[in-house]
Design a protein around this ligand. Structure first.
Ligand code: ATP
Length: 235
């Protein structure tokens, strides 16, 4: 479904991502692991069109994403949920969700169904639908960011560090919901530092170090891998 070949991304003369090859098959849940600054967000920005790669190609289904604008990439079915959530804090929960459906804004029935689906997944968002997004807790804001991304009906959802800054119990709930979204048919590419929790729900993973993929394999293989265990699981 997603095929990145030999992708490099530079900031000035600095190589943030170098020669990265990533594949994601339809229906998979794939995780990118790596510490701060390893290149995960830059890879996501290259896929979603926010940062143009200096070399390499990115294909989604049968379409080349090279040179497409971010909104064309959303229309193609790839939606990114950024690490900093990018909510509209003064607007209500409900209004934030509606904003997520802007690519489908003429299909009112579909928008209504999507919003009902998001409220089913996250009942707290339904309870707080008239509250300002900025008044929600960190975990609730993260749920809203994911809910808003779902409103665009993605085929592939890019989730950048959804567990960052959240309490352990909320992290667990977050991973349960991500797994559910995947089981309902949305393909997921997840960037996480929380390696153990992410590998428990993932099919496969790639480990980034200094902008390159250094290890890849099935979730079982990575959970057993010495480098991964020492560096990211603390075992
Ligand atoms: P994090 O979890 O901190 O976001 P990451 O694995 O997602 O980590 P990136 O954000 O992709 O890593 O960063 C990769 C490298 O590129 C880092 O060295 C970072 O400092 C650098 N970088 C990221 N964004 C920019 C930018 N806009 N300008 C210059 N350098 C950048």
């Amino acid at each position: 479904m997603l095929d990145m070949k030999k992708v490099s991304v530079t900031y000035g003369s600095y190589n943030a991502v170098e020669d990265v090859n990533i594949n994601v098959g339809q229906g998979e849940l794939v995780v990118l692991l790596g510490s701060n600054g390893a290149g995960k967000s830059t890879t996501f920005n290259a896929i979603s069109g926010l940062k143009k790669p200096s070399t390499g190609t990115i294909r989604f289904e049968d379409v080349s994403l090279d040179g497409l604008s971010p909104d064309r990439i959303v229309k193609a079915g790839v939606v990114q949920c950024a690490e900093d959530r990018k909510l509209f804090p003064q607007m209500s929960v409900h209004e934030n969700l509606i904003m997520g459906a802007y690519v489908h804004r003429r299909k009112r029935k579909q928008v209504k169904q999507s919003i009902e689906h998001v409220y089913e997944l996250f009942s707290i968002l339904h309870e707080k639908k008239d509250n300002a997004a900025g008044s929600l807790s960190g975990g609730q804001q993260q749920m809203l960011a994911i809910g808003r991304a779902l409103m665009a009906k993605p085929k592939l959802m890019l989730l950048d560090e959804p567990s960052i800054g959240l309490a352990p119990l909320i992290v667990e709930q977050m991973f349960d919901v991500i797994q559910k979204i995947n089981k309902e048919g949305t393909t997921v590419l997840l960037a996480e530092q929380n390696a153990y929790a992410a590998l428990r729900i993932a099919d496969r993973g790639y480990v980034f170090e200094n902008g390159s993929v250094v290890v890849q394999g099935s979730a079982e293989e990575l959970l057993e891998n010495d480098t991964v265990r020492k560096a990211y699981i603390g075992a």
